[in-house]
Design a protein around this ligand. Structure first.
Ligand code: PEP
Length: 253
């Protein structure tokens, strides 16, 4: 049976807290009837405290530090995020890896901190264009999963997002074949690392838009989306969620 899909919107460094609250209210009001999709909003840290949503709507932070407190100027801990009422933390996003130089070792410490703090990590993995073109995609996915999840006993509370770096924010979407092959690889690696992990969600991210959501959600192994640009606009975000809901209803009928 297919997992109930999850659609997460990563706002990156967009929307002030008041704009974010208005956006969430508008989005939720347009989606009051959805039954088969969970929706996650990931505002900047400054917006977390303002978010007031109920299932099937949830909130994620976009990053955290692995220490609980201390002299780490500019950082935010898991307990601070939890105190804002958030449920998830996005970790290892390609912008954190490639702009801010986060290593798999750091991401692993953060995964551990998020799990210890009773929140759920959304672990992002994905290859660069060079890595894909030199045939290294599967090796990179394996390394990022092995190292990012090192020491994790149970993967039950973790979401994985496969996001090819070359498709993030570029308008270039991976083909359905590329997505299917990568998701199958991720699933196989997860099975090796965590036997019995088939109910772990593996989301796809990379230029998901209203006009490609229908074909992407039907790709085998895709359990939902992590969306950047198209999650900033009420119409495009709700349209993608409706597409995912419709597809899930088609499967259930
Ligand atoms: C992202 O930021 O995780 C992302 C997938 O961005 P976009 O949808 O804009 O490619």
């Amino acid at each position: 049976m297919r997992l109930e899909p999850i659609v997460a919107g990563n706002w990156k460094m967009h929307k002030t807290p008041s704009v974010g609250v208005y956006f969430v209210e508008e989005t939720v009001n347009l989606l009051l009837d959805i039954k088969h999709v969970s929706v996650i909003f990931a505002p900047p840290f400054t917006g977390l405290i303002e978010m007031d949503v109920k299932p099937p709507f949830y909130v994620a932070a976009q990053n955290c530090h692995w220490e609980d407190h201390g002299a780490f100027t500019g950082e935010i801990s898991v307990s601070m995020i939890r105190d804002c009422g958030s449920d998830y933390v996005i970790l290892g996003h390609s912008e954190r890896r490639h702009i801010f130089g986060e290593s798999d070792e750091w991401i692993n410490r953060k995964v551990d901190a998020v799990l210890s703090g009773a929140l759920k990590p959304i672990l992002c993995i994905g290859e660069t264009l060079d890595q894909r073109e030199s045939g290294q995609t599967q090796r990179i996915l394996k390394t990022q999963l092995e190292q990012g999840l090192a020491g994790v006993d149970s993967i039950e509370n973790i979401l994985v997002a496969y996001e090819p770096v070359w498709a993030i924010g570029t308008g270039v979407t991976a083909t359905t074949d590329q997505v299917e092959v990568a998701h199958a690889a991720v699933r196989n690696i997860l099975r090796e690392l965590f036997p019995g992990s088939d109910d772990v969600h593996v989301l796809y991210g990379g230029s998901v838009k209203p006009d490609n959501a229908e074909e992407l959600i039907q790709v085998s192994g895709v359990n939902g989306f992590l969306i950047g640009g198209a999650s900033l606009d009420v119409d495009s975000f709700t349209s993608i969620i409706r597409t995912v809901e419709k597809d899930q209803m088609r499967i259930l009928c």
